[in-house]
Design a protein around this ligand. Structure first.
Ligand SMILES: [Zn+2]
Length: 113
């Protein structure tokens, strides 16, 4: 069973999309995914749908942000399971946004004048 909610067997889709806290994180994130969307979300479908929108750079940005939000939901799950620390959804989102900002800065080549 899911160690966070105890409502369903733990799976990738439950942990990332269906579990109560994950649903709130996605709603608060830049994606603004609605809770009713999240209840039926499957990782491969969401990934594939996001990878089809916009030009190449927009796709990369969206998929990088998506991966970083997923990573932070996973880290919040582990903080709860292994340390008993419950992270707030707003904190998970702000960490993800900061990590995305840092990632973009790290991979952007400065322009020469
Ligand atoms: Zn759960």
């Amino acid at each position: 069973m899911c160690p966070k909610c105890g409502n369903e067997p733990e799976s990738v889709d439950h942990m990332l999309f269906h579990c109560e806290q994950a649903v709130r994180v996605w709603l608060l994130s830049a994606f603004r995914f609605r809770p009713e969307e999240m209840q039926i979300a499957r990782f491969e479908e969401v990934w594939n749908n996001l990878g089809q929108k916009g030009n190449k750079k927009e796709k990369w940005d969206v998929l990088h942000l998506f991966a970083i939000v997923c990573w932070n939901i996973w880290k919040a799950r582990n903080a709860w399971v292994f340390r008993g620390v419950r992270m707030k959804e707003t904190r998970i989102c702000s960490i993800a946004a900061a990590e995305f900002h840092d990632f973009c800065n790290a991979v952007t080549v400065p322009q020469r004048d």
